[in-house]
Design a protein around this ligand. Structure first.
Ligand code: HT7
Ligand code: ZN
Length: 846
C-alpha cells in the first residue's frame, strides 16, 4: 500500500449534485443500485474520472442511460466521461455477512449496519469517497426486516421498503444504513426556534430496551446545551441512535443516524458503572456536536481530521465541565493527555495534522483527538471568551456546507480577533510535547518584600522525521502564593511566544509559584521543586488542577525513588491522609488525589530521567506505597467509607458518583489490610459500580476468587458486563501469570474474536497489566503478537489499533527490547498481513 501525502492534495475533478441509492438487502448478496449526478469541478482543469471501490462486484454500469464498460481495478473504477454534467448508474453486489472488518456494510447479531468513516463507503459501492465531495442523498431500502433506517428525514415507507432523504450535502463517510429487528425508545425535543424533533434510541428487543433512558436524557441535555453555548440548533426532523454490539470504535456521527457501540449507549444501574454513565453522556454529546463541527462544516481531506475531532472533543469537554464538576473533568482530561504524551514520546509521534499516512484509520489517535482539543482550548485562552465566540460564529457563517482546512480555521480566528500569533500554526504541524523549564530569582528589597523574576524556556524534543522544532506560543496560567496559601497577585496567563521569556513581579514576600494552572497548555513543566513545596501546593493551591498535579508529582517522584530501592517515606501517605479526611473538597476530587500514578506513568517518568525502568521494581514500589498509604490511613478508612456510602436511590450524577468513587478508593486501601469489608460490600452491592469496586478491591489485594466466579456466573448472559469480568481477570493477574491468563481467557467459548469489545477487554487489560505485559519472559509480547495476528485476519483496523500496546517497548532494558522486537518482527513477517497492521508495526519497530 502506498503512502498518501498532504502536499499532494488536488481538488476533485468531478463534483456530485445528487446521489440516489437503492439497497436490496440480503446477508450474502446485497445489491446496491446507485444513480449519481456528476458535474465538472470548475476549480480544476483535470477531468479524470475515477471512483473509489474496494470489494463491490460490478454487475452493470451506465452513463446517461447508455451501458458503459469501465475499467475496474482493485482500488476503483475508471472510465472516459463526457465533457459535461452526466448521470452515472451502477449496480453492484456485496456480501455483508462475510464482512468481519466492520467497515462498509456488515452484519452484527442479524442486523445490517454500516460504518463508513473513514473509507468504508467504497466497500459498499463505487464513489468519489473523499470528504470534499458533498451531496444530498436519497436512499431506498428494500428488505423484509421490520426497521429500515438511513440518514436524513423519513420518506415513503411500506411493506418491505423505506425511503429516506437527507437534504444536507454530506460526504460519503457520513452515510449510514441500519436494518433489523429493532425497538425504539422515543422522545421529542423542541428546538429553540420551535421545531419538534423525533428522537429514538434503537436496540435489539429484550433487556437492552430498558437501558436507553440515560442516553436519551443526555442527548436532550446536549441539544439544549449546543443551542445555549454555541447558538447551534438541530436541522432535521428526526435524530436516531442505534446500539450495535460489534463496532470498531465508540460511536459514529452519521447525519441524523448515529451508530453507537452498545458499550457507550446502553446503561442501567445494574449493568453499567458510574464511569460508564459519564462516558455515555460525553459520547452522546460528542456525536451530537459533530452535527455542526464535522457534518455541516467538514474536513477537506483526512489530514484535516483534527479540524472536526479536536474541536468536537473540546466542545464535549466544555459540555462535561458545565454539566458535571469543571475541576474534576479537567483533571480527567489531563489524565487522558498523559496517554497523548506517551504517544508523543514514542515511535508513533505525529503532528496533530499529520503529513502522510498509509491507512487513515491509524490516525484516529490521542494526538488528533486530545491534543487537537487542547489546541482549541489554547486558542480560546489566547483570544479570550468573546474572541472565541466571535471566531466560532464566523466559522459557521463562512464555512457552512463546506469542506475546509486548518488554514481556514486559523484564518477565522485572525479575521474575528486579530490576536492569534502567526506561529500558532506550528502546533498543528510539529509533533512532540514541549518541555517548559521554569527558573526563578528572588531579590529582596531593603524596604521589605522583593522582586520575583520568573524565566520560562521551551524546547521540544525530536520526533520521527522531525529533528528540529521551532518555538510555539504557550499560554502558562500562573498564580503566586504566599506562605499562608493566599494569592499574592491576581492570576495571569503568561504567553511564552519564543524560546524564552521573562516576567517580573514586585511582591511582599517570596512566592511559591503555581504554574500551568488548569493545565493551560499540553506541555511538560520542568521545575526544580522539593517534596515540601509539592506537599504545600497539594494542601493549599486554590487551583484544583495544580493541587492534584502537585500530589501526582509528589507520588511519582517517590515511586521513582522506591523503584530504585528507597523506602516509602511518610510525607505522601500523611498528605493523602490529610486530604482524605478534609471534608471541604469535592469527594470526586479527593478520590482522584488518592489514586496513585499508574505503573506506566512511573516507567515514563524514569525513562524521562534517562533510566531504563524495571517493570518488576516499579510494580513492587507501587504495591509497597499502596500498603504504606493504607497503613497511614488505617484508622480513618472505615469512617470515610461509612460517610461516603450512598443509600439514596441510584443516580449516575456527579455528586453521587463522586461519593461512590471516594467510597471505592477507601475500600480499596482497606482491603489491603482486611478483606472483610470488601467481601461484605460485594455481597451488599446494589449497583454495578459498588459491585466492581468491591471485586476490584479484593482482586487487587490478592483475594476475590470466589467473588469473581460468582460474578461470572451471574452475568454470563450480559455481554457488556461479562467484558468487565474478562478484563478484571487479566488486569489483576500476578505479573508472571498475566499472559497465560489472557491466553486461557481467549480460548474460552465466550471469547469472540469478531467482537472488538471482548478483544479489548482481554488484550487491552493485558497491556494495562504493566509488569505482566513487560514480563522478562517475553510471554506478554508473544501472546499479544499471536492474537494480533489472529485478529488481523478478520479485522485489520482493530488489530492495528491494538498494536499500539507495543509503543513503549524502547523504554526497557536490552533483553526486553530484544523480546518485544522479535514479537514485532514476527508480526511484520506474517503472510497476508494487512496494510493497517503493517504500517503500525513498522512504525513502532523502526
Ligand atoms: N468520527 C468517528 C470516528 C470513527 C471511526 C473511525 C475509523 C474507523 C471506525 C470508526 N468509527 C467511528 C467517531 C468520533 O470521533 O466521533
Ligand atoms: Zn468525533
Amino acid at each position: 500500500a502506498q503512502a498518501v501525502h498532504l502536499a499532494d492534495y488536488a481538488p476533485p475533478p468531478w463534483l456530485v449534485d445528487e446521489v440516489h441509492l437503492v439497497f436490496r438487502l440480503s446477508p450474502q448478496a446485497t445489491r446496491v443500485l446507485s444513480r449519481i449526478r456528476f458535474r465538472p469541478n470548475p476549480a480544476t482543469e483535470d477531468r479524470t474520472f475515477r471512483l473509489d471501490g474496494d470489494g463491490p462486484r460490478l454487475v452493470r454500469c451506465a452513463v446517461d442511460g447508455a451501458e458503459a464498460a469501465p475499467e475496474v481495478r482493485e482500488a476503483g473504477l475508471t472510465l472516459t466521461p463526457p465533457d459535461r454534467p452526466f448521470l452515472f448508474e451502477a449496480e453492484v453486489e456485496i456480501d455483508p455477512e462475510a464482512n468481519t472488518a466492520l467497515s462498509g456494510l456488515y452484519m452484527s447479531n442479524g442486523m445490517f449496519c454500516t460504518q463508513c468513516e473513514a473509507q468504508g463507503f467504497r466497500r459498499i459501492t463505487f464513489y468519489p469517497d473523499r470528504p470534499d465531495v458533498m451531496a444530498p442523498f436519497t436512499v431506498r431500502i428494500e428488505s423484509d426486516l421490520p426497521v429500515l433506517l438511513s440518514n436524513g428525514n423519513p420518506g415513503a415507507a411500506g411493506k418491505g421498503f423505506a425511503e429516506w432523504h437527507d437534504p444536507h450535502p454530506k460526504p460519503a463517510y457520513l452515510f449510514a444504513l441500519v436494518a433489523g429487528d429493532l425497538v425504539p425508545q422515543r422522545d421529542t425535543f423542541v428546538t429553540s426556534d420551535g421545531r419538534a424533533v423525533d428522537l429514538a434510541v434503537w436496540t435489539r428487543p429484550g433487556p437492552d430496551e430498558g437501558r436507553c433512558a440515560f442516553a436519551i436524557k443526555s442527548l436532550k441535555t446536549a441539544m439544549r446545551w449546543d443551542e445555549a453555548a454555541y447558538d447551534l440548533a438541530y436541522d432535521l426532523d428526526v435524530f436516531n441512535i442505534v446500539a450495535v454490539d460489534d463496532f470498531n470504535m465508540g460511536a459514529m456521527e452519521n447525519k441524523g443516524l448515529n451508530v453507537f457501540n452498545s458499550s457507550v449507549v446502553l446503561a442501567s444501574p445494574a449493568t453499567a458503572t458510574d464511569d460508564q454513565f459519564a462516558v455515555i453522556e460525553a459520547v452522546v454529546a460528542h456525536e451530537y456536536f459533530h452535527n455542526w463541527t464535522g457534518n455541516r462544516v467538514t474536513c477537506r481531506d483526512w489530514f484535516q481530521l483534527c479540524l472536526k475531532e479536536g474541536l468536537t472533543v473540546f466542545r464535549d469537554q466544555q459540555f462535561s465541565e458545565d454539566v458535571r464538576s469543571a475541576a474534576v473533568e479537567r483533571i480527567r482530561q489531563a489524565l487522558a493527555m498523559r496517554g497523548q504524551f506517551r504517544e508523543d514520546a514514542g515511535p508513533l509521534a505525529h503532528p496533530v495534522r499529520p503529513e502522510s499516512y498509509v491507512a487513515v484509520d491509524n490516525f484516529y489517535t490521542a494526538t488528533v483527538y486530545e491534543k487537537g482539543a487542547e489546541l482549541v482550548r489554547m486558542l480560546k485562552s489566547i483570544v479570550g471568551d468573546e474572541g472565541y465566540r466571535d471566531a466560532l460564529r464566523l466559522y459557521f457563517a463562512r464555512h457552512d456546507g463546506q469542506a475546509v482546512t486548518i488554514e481556514d480555521w486559523l484564518q477565522v480566528f485572525r479575521d474575528a480577533t486579530g490576536t492569534v500569533p502567526e506561529h500558532f500554526g506550528r502546533w498543528y504541524s510539529q509533533a512532540g510535547t514541549p518541555r517548559v523549564t521554569a527558573e526563578e530569582e528572588w531579590e529582596p528589597k531593603e524596604s521589605g518584600g522583593g522582586t520575583y523574576t520568573l524565566r520560562l524556556a521551551q524546547e521540544t524534543p525530536p520526533t520521527p522525521g522531525q529533528p528540529c522544532k521551532a518555538p510555539m506560543p504557550i499560554p502558562v496560567r500562573t498564580g503566586l502564593l504566599g506562605a499562608d496559601g493566599s494569592e499574592l497577585v491576581e492570576e495571569r496567563v503568561l504567553l511564552l511566544e519564543e524560546a524564552a521569556g521573562e516576567w517580573t513581579f514586585d511582591l511582599p514576600e517570596r512566592p511559591v509559584p503555581s504554574l500551568l494552572r488548569g493545565f493551560s497548555a499540553p506541555v511538560i513543566l520542568r521545575r526544580e521543586a522539593d517534596d515540601a513545596e509539592r506537599a504545600f501546593l497539594l494542601a493549599n493551591d486554590p487551583d484544583p488542577f495544580a493541587r492534584w498535579e502537585a500530589g501526582r508529582r509528589l507520588a511519582t517522584r517517590l515511586l521513582c525513588r522506591m523503584a530504585g530501592g528507597a523506602r516509602a517515606d511518610d510525607a505522601l501517605p500523611q498528605a493523602l491522609r490529610a486530604l482524605a479526611t478534609d471534608d471541604a473538597p469535592d469527594p470526586a476530587f479527593r478520590a482522584l488525589c488518592l489514586a496513585l500514578p499508574s505503573e506506566d506513568d512511573v516507567a515514563q517518568a524514569l525513562h524521562d530521567d534517562g533510566a531504563a525502568p524495571d517493570p518488576d521494581a516499579v510494580h513492587a514500589a507501587r504495591e509497597a506505597l499502596r500498603l504504606a498509604v493504607s497503613k497511614a490511613m488505617e484508622d480513618v478508612l472505615p469512617g470515610l467509607r461509612g460517610a461516603m456510602r450512598v443509600t439514596a436511590p441510584y443516580r449516575p450524577d456527579a455528586e453521587q458518583s463522586g461519593r461512590r468513587a471516594l467510597w471505592g478508593a477507601a475500600l480499596g486501601y482497606e482491603a489491603l489490610l482486611d478483606a472483610a469489608p470488601a467481601q461484605a460490600a460485594y455481597c451488599e452491592a446494589t449497583n454495578l459500580t459498588e459491585e466492581i469496586a468491591a471485586l476490584s478491591a479484593l482482586l487487587a489485594a490478592g483475594h476475590g476468587a470466589a467473588e469473581a466466579e460468582d460474578f461470572r456466573e451471574r452475568w454470563s448472559d450480559e455481554r457488556l458486563v461479562l467484558d468487565r469480568w474478562f478484563s478484571l481477570q487479566v488486569r489483576f493477574a500476578a505479573p508472571e501469570k498475566a499472559a497465560g491468563t489472557a491466553e486461557a481467557l481467549a480460548r474460552r467459548p465466550e471469547f469472540d474474536l469478531r467482537n472488538p469489545n471482548r478483544f479489548r477487554a482481554v488484550f487491552g487489560a493485558l497491556a494495562g497489566n504493566h509488569a505482566g505485559f513487560h514480563n522478562a519472559s517475553g510471554a506478554g509480547y508473544d501472546t499479544m503478537a499471536d492474537w494480533l495476528l489472529k485478529l488481523d485476519a478478520l479485522n485489520p483496523q482493530a488489530a492495528a489499533r491494538m498494536s499500539t500496546t507495543f509503543e513503549t517497548w524502547r523504554r526497557f532494558d536490552p533483553d526486553r527490547q530484544a523480546r518485544a522486537g522479535a514479537a514485532l518482527d514476527r508480526i511484520l513477517a506474517a503472510k497476508d498481513l494487512s496494510p493497517d497492521l503493517r504500517e503500525m508495526a513498522g512504525r513502532i519497530r523502526d
